[in-house]
Design a protein around this ligand. Structure first.
Ligand code: MTE
Ligand code: MO
Length: 321
C-alpha cells in the first residue's frame, strides 16, 4: 500500500520515503478532525505507475484540511476523467485536452463586486500561499478518488474583488474553445460549462481554487490552469479551466440543470440518502482499489458533514438535492 506513497513527490521536491512517513504521522495525529477521517479505509494495491510529470508547483501540506486515506495514483487521476468538452469517454480528456490553448490565460471576477478584477494566471498563482490538500472526490456516477490538490481557498480571491450585499451566488464559467473541443461540437450540454455556488458555500475555506495536483501544475485534462474543487459536493460542481467568476443576486441555472433538471440539482451535496433517479448513491467504487474490491459506503457531505452541514440547517435536502 505504500507503493503509492513512494511514487508521490511532495511539494516541489522528490521526498524521501522517511519524510513522507513522518508526514503520515502528523496526518494521523489529526484524528481530532473526525469528519475528514471518517470514511472507510480504502485499501488500494501497490502497482507500478507513471511518475507525476509537468511543471512543479510548491505547496505547504495542509493538516487541517486533509484526509489521510491512501491517495490515488497519478495515472488514475490523470487518465480517468470527466471533461465533456473533450468527449464523454473517461479517456477522452487525457487524449484531447492537450490541444487546449493555455496561454495567455486571464480570469475575470465581476458582477456584484466593488472591484471587478481581470487577473492573469501568474497573478492568480501568487495571490495567496499554495496549500496541498488531500480531498476525497465523489462523482455523481458513484466512483471516487483521493486526490492531493494544490491551491488556496477561493475566499482569498473573492475578498479581493470586494463583494457587495447583492452578491448571494457565484457563477463559474469554463473556457470555450470549440475548435479543439470535440464534445462541444457534439452538443450534450449548453456550452460553455457553467456551475454555481451560494455565496456562503463559495466562501467556505474547504472550497479550493485549484492550480495543481501531486506537486505539479494541473494537467489539461484536470482543468488547467485553474479550476475549483468543492469536496462535499458531487464532482460536476467542480468546474474546470475557469475564465470567469461572476457574482450575482439570483441562483444561476447551471449547464447540468439545463440539461437534466430532475437529475442534477443546484446543491448537489453528496448524500447517500437521496438516490439519483437512475441509481443509488449509498455506496461508491474507489478507483484504483481493484476490480473485486468491495464498494465503500458513501458519507453524507462526502465525509465533510462536521465542516459544512450547518450551511444547510433547516433545508429539506431531498427537495434541495
Ligand atoms: N468544464 C468542465 N468541468 C468539469 C466537468 C466537465 O465535463 N467540464 N466534469 C465534472 C465532473 S462530472 C467531475 S467528476 C470532475 C472530474 O474532475 P477530474 O477529472 O479532475 O477528476 O470534473 C468536473 N468539472
Ligand atoms: Mo462527476
Amino acid at each position: 500500500m505504500h507503493g503509492f506513497r513512494k511514487n508521490y513527490p511532495v511539494a516541489s521536491e522528490i521526498t524521501p520515503e522517511s519524510v513522507w512517513q513522518s508526514r503520515r504521522q502528523w496526518l494521523r495525529a489529526a484524528v481530532s478532525a473526525p469528519a475528514l477521517l471518517a470514511a472507510g479505509a480504502a485499501s488500494a494495491k501497490a502497482a507500478p505507475d507513471t511518475e507525476p510529470f509537468g511543471p512543479k508547483l510548491a505547496a505547504t501540506p495542509s493538516q487541517r484540511w486533509s484526509t489521510d486515506e491512501t491517495v490515488n495514483r497519478w495515472s488514475d487521476i490523470t487518465t480517468y476523467n470527466n471533461f465533456y468538452e473533450f468527449g464523454t469517454g473517461k479517456g477522452d480528456p487525457a487524449e484531447n485536452a492537450g490541444r487546449m490553448q493555455l496561454t495567455p490565460w486571464a480570469v475575470q471576477v465581476d458582477g456584484a463586486v466593488r472591484k471587478p478584477l481581470t487577473l492573469d494566471i501568474d497573478a492568480l498563482r501568487h495571490l495567496a500561499p499554495m496549500e496541498e490538500r488531500i480531498y476525497r472526490l465523489r462523482c455523481v456516477e458513484a466512483w471516487s478518488m483521493v486526490i492531493p490538490w494544490i491551491g488556496y481557498s477561493l475566499s482569498h480571491l473573492l475578498k479581493k474583488a470586494e463583494p457587495t450585499e447583492e452578491a448571494r451566488y457565484v457563477v463559474f464559467t469554463t473556457v470555450l474553445q470549440p475548435d479543439v473541443m470535440p464534445g462541444v461540437r457534439q452538443g450534450i450540454l449548453n456550452w460553455p460549462y457553467t456551475e454555481g455556488l451560494r455565496m456562503d458555500e463559495a466562501m467556505h475555506p474547504l472550497t479550493l481554487l485549484t492550480f495543481g495536483v501531486y506537486g505539479r501544475e494541473l494537467p489539461a485534462q484536470n482543468g488547467a490552469p485553474m479550476r475549483v474543487i468543492i469536496p462535499w459536493k458531487y464532482g460536476f460542481k467542480s468546474a474546470k479551466s475557469l475564465v470567469r467568476i461572476h457574482l450575482q443576486s439570483t441562483p444561476p441555472l447551471t449547464a447540468w440543470m439545463q440539461a437534466a433538471p430532475q437529475e442534477y440539482g443546484f446543491y448537489a451535496n453528496v448524500n447517500p440518502a437521496v438516490p439519483h433517479p437512475r441509481w443509488s448513491q449509498e455506496t461508491e467504487r474507489r478507483i484504483g482499489s481493484g476490480f473485486f474490491a468491495s464498494r465503500i459506503p458513501t458519507q453524507p457531505f462526502n465525509g465533510y458533514a462536521s465542516e459544512v452541514a450547518s450551511l444547510y440547517k433547516g433545508m429539506d435536502l431531498r427537495r434541495n438535492f
